[in-house]
Write a protein that binds this ligand. Structure first.
Ligand code: BT5
Length: 331
């Protein structure tokens, strides 16, 4: 990871408890005092609270709650994910942006994060509410050497990683196959995978993830309030978005590595089964024009749901375009 000068200054400020003199920084970085001053000014404009004293130098007092590379990288333990982070203030959809830069050659593991989305999307072009600074709206570009049919499993990998990252905040979530994370019966996060492939080869996958972190009730339209919630609403406290996104990416990479190495995903499957909101329950499977009832029996090794339909037939349901509803309420 090549750090820009501004990021190096920030790193030094972070690592110094007390003031650090401009002179000392000049020596470490090999730049002039006026160059240091310019970078400090930019950092202040970005929301960093930096105390400056002509005698003592500079001291970092607080950092803004943003998901920029500089703020996120201290939380990352990944080798691949986030080597390149594109940080945006606003965008239509991080998945749209991801697809554009993937076509232009953005490297494997690129992460796009935006503070807000003006046209956030769910599956089948549904709308995804993404207000500014309150959530995590992110997309990961991956270029695995896999057959296209395997790409759907990334939804389960993302769901398992989301469950683990949320658990680290002491919040217990359930995975509602295929792409929802729910807390107390309401949706807190969703996954949207988009694929560009040739017959037998994936060119790139964009793994889009939306997490309702610090949204308040009023952030959801009234029609959504009975089925959507946020981690803040459920836990009663604000959540550190940097920690949560860092943890998610760290867990995702671990599970993804297992998948790439073995073309199997035993850890992911176990997590999805152990924390499933649907296994053993009566569900309604909604395909574009058809609705059928049955009982969710298992998640198959390929990530698809095994269902016993009311006519007694046992069949696999492919994650692509179905919605699953519990027969009582949202889950
Ligand atoms: C999803 O679709 O759950 C996938 C959501 C993926 C969002 C991320 S954000 C970053 C990336 N860029 C994008 O443009 N998208 C991805 P689906 O299962 O189809 O659920 C969509 C439905 O959830 C909508 O029709 C609403 O009913 C509901 N919904 C909308 N916004 C929501 C929110 N913030 N929280 C919970 N539910 C929401």
């Amino acid at each position: 990871m090549v750090m820009k000068m501004k990021e190096q200054i920030l790193k030094i400020l972070r690592e110094t408890d007390d003031f650090i003199s401009g002179e000392a920084m000049c020596e470490i970085l090999g730049i002039t005092r006026s160059a240091i001053w310019k970078h400090i000014k930019t950092l202040k404009e970005e929301g960093y609270e930096i105390e400056s004293s002509t005698k003592k130098g500079y001291k970092l007092k607080s950092a803004p709650d943003t998901l920029s590379f500089a703020e996120l990288s201290p939380y990352l333990k990944t080798k691949l994910l986030g080597n390149k982070i594109v940080y945006l203030d606003t965008v239509d959809s991080t998945n749209n942006y991801g697809k554009i830069i993937a076509l232009e050659g953005a490297p494997d593991g690129t992460v796009i994060v935006s503070e807000e989305q003006t046209l956030g999307r769910g599956r089948l072009e549904r709308n995804w509410v993404s207000p500014k600074h309150k959530g995590i709206w992110t997309s990961i570009i991956l270029r695995p050497s896999l057959e296209p049919i395997m790409a759907g499993r990334l939804t389960q990998i993302a769901a398992a990683a989301l469950h683990l990252a949320i658990k680290k905040q002491n919040i217990i979530s359930q995975i509602k196959w295929p792409n929802d994370i729910v807390v107390n019966g309401k949706k807190v996060a969703g996954v949207l995978i988009e694929l560009n492939c040739e017959l037998s080869e994936i060119k790139y996958v964009v793994v889009g993830v939306g997490i309702n972190v610090n949204l308040d009730k009023e952030d959801f339209f009234s029609e959504l309030q009975h089925k959507a919630t946020s981690l803040k609403i459920e836990s009663g406290q604000s959540i550190n978005r940097k920690q949560l996104l860092g943890d998610f990416l760290n867990y995702f990479e671990e599970l993804y590595d297992e998948f790439i190495e073995t073309e199997n995903m035993p850890t992911t499957l176990q997590l999805c089964k152990d924390n499933s909101a649907v296994l053993g329950k009566e569900i309604r499977i909604i395909n574009r024009e058809k609705e059928e009832n049955g009982v969710a029996l298992d998640i198959a090794p390929d990530g698809n749901l095994v269902v016993k339909y009311n006519d007694g037939k046992i069949k696999k349901v492919f994650s692509g375009e179905v919605s699953v509803r519990g027969l009582n309420g949202y889950i």
